[in-house]
Every structure is written in structure tokens, then in C-alpha cells.
Design a protein around this ligand. Structure first.
Ligand SMILES: [Zn+2]
Length: 282
């Protein structure tokens, strides 16, 4: 088995391919094809949920990342002992079904386009919200820190502990501990309403600008190092990303964030208020 060729980075939601592997997933069947439009949950940074849909007419109840070792052993999801894309391993999209399908069978793969559209909108909004948050918190840094694509101190990359994409939204959690203070960030007297209002103002402008979004795809395999790009009025922003996206900030209609401050963390809820028309490509 070779690493699975993935077509979701190009926006595809359907395809046809051959079953080249079958691994047990508890009582269920983990089916691997040569190529797939399905986005699996990543095991290293599980931000975007798995696609839903069907394989050969069977419901795909889950879709996970698999890793095939040089010794021929397949590990799934959290059991994978190495980081995403480690050399010497084959990286697989594993479609989980209740029924088996024979090796060598040719099957239609159909991902749920409406669910994908919601996740793509949520994911693009998540990246834009991170950039807007960086801008709104820029004045709180007392030391030089790595900047984002727009030249603001990268609070998002410095402090993020988890990111969860949902249909038309995301939840990002940032740690405000000692290590962030040492890097020069102060959370003292942080007014979450004011920071959110500033971020929302910026997001409004970006959506109105209709900034185009594209993914740089350096290779066809699941773990290729893809990068999200958005040509914003202030400049081109880029963020490493394994997920799916809409094609323009305008597709989001309206994006707002809410911030909640805890003892040691800041949580950002991002919401896309209008639904995206699904784009289906063969
Ligand atoms: Zn991403």
C-alpha cells in the first residue's frame, strides 16, 4: 500500500477508486483506496472533523488517518506512534464501514457536500479569526515575537493549544501561562469585549473585500505540506493547513468571534452567520 492520493485539497467531494487495503477497526472495516475525496481526522492536529458520506454505497461511519510502517503494520489515529508525515511510513485515508468490501473492487466515493461546505467555511473563518485576533492583541507584546503574514505578533501560533472546526464555526483555545508571559505577552486587564469588537471590525472588512483563498498543494499525498493563502487588503497571509476551505472570504457572508477569558486560557468562538452554496466538482 502506498500513501493515499487525496483530492479534497482541490475541493473534490466525489471520485472512483480501487480498494487496496482492509484493516480491522474493532468490529468494523477500515477500507483504503488508491485515491479519495474524503478528508480524514488528522492524528497530530485533529482540527477538522472527518468527512461523512458513502463508499460503494456503504455509509462511511468514520474516516481516520492510518500509518503503515516499513515492517508492514498499520496503526490508526491516536495509536500512530510517529508525527504526521514522518518519512519511511505510508499515510493512509481509512474509511470505516460496517460491512466489508473485497480487495480489488472498484468503488464510488461520495462525501457529503453540504457537511463539507460547512466545515470549509468554518475552517477559513478560523484562520481569518486567528489573524484578526493577532491584530487586536498586537499592543500587548513587550518583546519581539514571530510575526504572522500581516506583520502582527503571532499570538495564535504562540499560544494555541487546540483548534476544533465545526460546520460554520470553530473553537480555539489559547494558553495564557507563564511561558507566554516570558515571551513578552501580558494578559493583564484584557477586555475581551473590546478585543472581540476590534477583531470583528477587521473580519467585516476582510469579508467585504472578497479576498481570494487558495491552498498551495505541493504533492498529491495525504500528508503533503499544504499551505492556506489568503490575499487580504493588508497583504498575503499564509498558514500551514491540512484541511479544506472556501474560495473567497466573501463566501462567508459574515464572521464574528466571541472571547471568554479563564484563569489560564482564552477561548475564541468563531461563527459564520450565512451558509455557503455547495460547490460540487467531478
Ligand atoms: Zn487550517
Amino acid at each position: 500500500m502506498n500513501s493515499t492520493v487525496v483530492t479534497f485539497p482541490h475541493g473534490h467531494v466525489s471520485g472512483r477508486s480501487t480498494i487496496v487495503g482492509a484493516v480491522p477497526v474493532g468490529e468494523r472495516h477500515g477500507l483504503v483506496t488508491t485515491e479519495t475525496p474524503f478528508h480524514p481526522l488528522d492524528h497530530t492536529w485533529p482540527d477538522q472533523p472527518a468527512d461523512r458520506g458513502t463508499l460503494g454505497g456503504l455509509v462511511v461511519v468514520d474516516c481516520v488517518t492510518g500509518a503503515l510502517s516499513a515492517g508492514g503494520e498499520v496503526f490508526l489515529g491516536p495509536d500512530i506512534p510517529v508525527r504526521r508525515g514522518t518519512a519511511g511510513w505510508e499515510w493512509l485515508v481509512v474509511h470505516v464501514t460496517e460491512e466489508p468490501v473485497a480487495l480489488g473492487a472498484e468503488v464510488d466515493l461520495v462525501a457529503d457536500a453540504a457537511h463539507r461546505a460547512g466545515l470549509s467555511a468554518g475552517h477559513t473563518a478560523c484562520h481569518l479569526a486567528a489573524l484578526a485576533l493577532n491584530a487586536a492583541l498586537a499592543g500587548r507584546w513587550r518583546k519581539d515575537v514571530a510575526a504572522d503574514g500581516l506583520g502582527h505578533p503571532d499570538f495564535d501560533q504562540s499560544a494555541i493549544t487546540s483548534s476544533r472546526i465545526t460546520p460554520y464555526g470553530s473553537v480555539d483555545v489559547y494558553r495564557l501561562g507563564k511561558s507566554l508571559r516570558k515571551k513578552g505577552f501580558t494578559a493583564e486587564g484584557l477586555d475581551t469585549d473590546q478585543v472581540a469588537a476590534e477583531a470583528n471590525e477587521r473580519l467585516k472588512g476582510w469579508v467585504a473585500s472578497g479576498a481570494p483563498v487558495r491552498l498551495d498543494v505541493p504533492g498529491p499525498e495525504l500528508t503533503a505540506r499544504r499551505t492556506w493563502h489568503c490575499a487580504l487588503p493588508e497583504g498575503e497571509a499564509s498558514i500551514p493547513c491540512g484541511g479544506t476551505h472556501v474560495r473567497s472570504a466573501a463566501d462567508l457572508g459574515e464572521v464574528t468571534v466571541e472571547l471568554a477569558l479563564g484563569e489560564q486560557e482564552l477561548t475564541m468562538h468563531t461563527t459564520v452567520h450565512t451558509t455557503v452554496h455547495t460547490t460540487v466538482r467531478a
